[in-house]
Structure formats: structure tokens, C-alpha cells
Design a protein around this ligand. Structure first.
Ligand SMILES: [Zn+2]
Length: 361
């Protein structure tokens, strides 16, 4: 039986283990022991992802990620009615420990009931928040599953990501010339000033229904009293439309070209990188039909919506694992206002149980 008290306990214990991206050893050890107790053979690949496997043909991959964003140390979930939140000094870590809790609870519930279920493989990745690094480095030779459910979306479990955008990352480096700021400023070229001009000219925010643009980080200079020689800034643009995204790349190039013409003695360099590729979900695929059927058995209608972000599901897909990304009860993720809806978390666990019990019906 799905047990709301156990769900609360599991989530609180997992959230209490610090696991900012890159520091996942403690949570990985905890997951190893929990999945071992559930009867799985648990391994870590060379990158440190946790992979729990068992015998059986055509296993279903259940996936979530073990890392959390900052501020995410010393998390103490506080219950407020049907919500778990924090005192506002940290995230609550529902992204993605609510996903892990969902998987653990469904497996435990079925084990307690000693009922037959679909064979399962579990992948809990690390460094998802750093750009799907764990999934990108996942040892796919250890993954037998061809279908996956990724518990890493916002909102209730019936929120299904119907597609994700392509993600373009860019890093700009400006090199000017250092000089004493008080003695001979006219000999300097301020890299910060040039970077600021460029940033002010770049697009920003939501550009159209399927495209966004952001400058997310700036740094530069080393001391107060020198004309700064170096400045860098980094950003991203996402679009569900490949051509629009290509257009954004050209906008960046043109803005930099104009800056170089205004400041011929400075150096302005840009690097682009496509972080992940867009996809659109096929509603007729086997995994989508299994998910829809299990939701239906609970009286739930799927709600499909384009997602603005990428998840490990993007990477699984590129390795031939048909993946669906579902909501997992976390709201306001990546902010200290994040909360987990306990009713939705219980619902997600019930859904996961239904899926495993009836996948092969
Ligand atoms: Zn996440």
C-alpha cells in the first residue's frame, strides 16, 4: 500500500542529505543501500550515476536525478498544510528528490504487497543541474531498458512534457587593456564597459511563444583601481524552433561584430555550444500509451505542455530509450520558494505503482 507517512519520511530524509551538484557521494551511498534493500543489484558507472537493475525482460527505466541546486545545504523541510517548504533560506529539493521518493515508494509498496510487476531498471543521475552531465556520461552499456519514465517535471504527475527546446549556450570573453585607473586611465580599454554595451544590446527574456534569451553570469576586473582588462559573460537561448534559434546565434554574432568595430583594439571572442536538441513527443509511442492508460485508471487526464527545459529524458532519447517526462509535485523549483505538494507526491507514487503493475497488461 502507498503510505503517505512513509512518503513524508522518505522525502524528509533524502532532502536532509546535502547533495549540491558535484557533491553527491552521501546521497549516492544512501540510494545504493535503499535500492539494495528493495532487492536490486546496485552499481555506479564510472561517472558515479547510480544504476539499479534486476532480472527480467524488457525492463522499464525509472529515472530521476540525485543532485540539487543551491542554496541547498542543510535543508529542513517544514510542513505547512499539504505543502513541504523551507524557512526561505534554502530550496526544499523537490527537484528532484520528490522524483526519487516517488520511485522508492512505488517499489516498496509493491514489494510489501508481494504483487507481480514489470521488471525495472532505475537510473539516478548526478550533475543533472549542471547541464545533464550525469546522463551525458551515463554508461549506456549498463542500461537494458528501451522505455523510460523520468520523474523530473514541475507540477502534478499528469503534466507530461510534450517536447523540449533546443538549447544554445554561449560564452563571451572580452579582453581590453589594463591601466592605472587614477594615474593614466586614458591608456586603458575597459573590458567591463565593452561587455556592458554588448549585453545592453542583446535580446532578453521571452522573445516569442517558443523562444527565450538570457545573460545569466557576468564577471570581470580584478581590483578597484585598475581599468579592467578582462570581462566574461555567459548566457543561453532556447527555442522549439530550430530556425529561430539559428537567428539568435546570428544576432549575437552581429552584436559582437558591431562591438569589435567600435573597439578595434579590444578582443571579443565567443563560443557557442548546443547543449541538447529539441524533441516532440509521439503520442502513439508505447511508453506514452502506457502512461496515459495508468493515468486513466486513476481517473486522471494527461495534460501535455511544451517544456522550457531539458531533462535527462533528452539524453536517453538520443540513445534510443523512448522517454516521457512527468511532473513530480515540485513547484517553484530552483528558488527558495520551492514547495512540494504532498497530495501530488502521493498521487505520483500511486501512478508509478499502477504503471509497474499494469504496464504489460
Ligand atoms: Zn530536476
Amino acid at each position: 500500500m502507498i503510505d503517505p507517512d512513509r512518503i513524508l519520511r522518505t522525502f524528509t530524509e533524502l532532502a536532509g542529505i546535502d547533495s549540491p551538484s558535484g557533491h553527491e557521494e552521501a546521497i549516492a551511498a544512501e540510494l545504493r543501500s535503499r535500492f539494495s534493500e528493495l532487492g536490486f543489484s546496485v552499481q555506479r558507472d564510472s561517472y558515479g550515476n547510480v544504476i539499479a537493475s534486476e532480472d527480467g525482460d524488457d525492463p522499464l527505466l525509472l529515472s530521476a536525478h540525485m543532485d540539487t541546486v543551491e542554496p541547498g545545504r542543510g535543508i529542513v523541510p517544514i510542513r505547512n498544510g499539504d505543502r513541504l517548504e523551507t524557512d526561505g533560506s534554502t530550496i526544499v529539493g523537490g527537484d528532484c528528490k520528490a522524483g526519487i521518493t516517488t520511485i522508492l515508494e512505488a517499489l516498496q509498496s509493491i514489494k510489501d504487497g508481494a504483487t507481480a510487476r514489470s521488471p525495472v531498471q532505475v537510473v539516478i543521475s548526478r550533475e543533472e543541474e549542471l547541464g545533464l552531465r550525469g546522463a551525458k556520461n551515463l554508461d549506456f552499456s549498463m542500461v537494458r531498458a528501451r522505455e523510460a519514465v523520468v520523474f523530473d517535471g514541475e507540477g502534478p504527475v499528469y503534466h507530461i512534457a510534450s517536447g523540449s527546446p533546443t538549447y544554445l549556450r554561449y560564452d563571451v570573453e572580452v579582453t581590453g587593456r589594463a591601466a592605472h585607473a587614477g594615474v593614466e586611465p586614458e591608456k586603458g580599454i575597459s573590458a567591463i564597459r565593452i561587455a556592458a554595451e554588448i549585453i545592453a544590446e542583446l535580446p532578453n527574456g521571452r522573445l516569442d511563444a517558443e523562444t527565450t534569451f538570457n545573460v545569466g553570469m557576468v564577471s570581470g576586473g580584478s581590483v578597484r583601481n585598475a581599468v579592467p582588462e578582462h570581462a566574461t559573460f555567459s548566457g543561453e537561448s532556447r527555442s522549439h524552433n530550430q530556425a529561430t534559434l539559428e537567428g539568435q546565434r546570428i544576432v549575437i554574432e552581429n552584436t559582437l561584430t558591431a562591438a569589435r568595430q567600435r573597439h578595434p583594439e579590444a578582443m571579443v571572442v565567443v563560443e557557442f555550444h548546443i547543449e541538447f536538441e529539441a524533441y516532440k513527443l509521439d503520442p502513439e509511442s508505447g511508453i506514452v500509451r502506457s502512461v496515459t492508460k495508468s493515468l486513466g485508471s486513476m481517473g486522471l487526464e494527461p495534460e501535455f505542455a511544451m517544456s522550457g527545459g531539458g531533462t535527462d529524458g533528452n539524453v536517453f532519447r538520443s540513445h534510443g530509450v523512448q522517454s516521457v517526462v512527468l511532473g513530480v509535485a515540485a513547484h517553484n523549483a530552483h528558488t527558495v520558494r520551492e514547495y512540494v505538494d504532498l497530495n501530488e507526491l502521493e498521487q505520483a507514487a500511486r501512478f508509478c505503482e499502477q504503471l509497474l503493475l499494469h504496464r504489460t497488461d
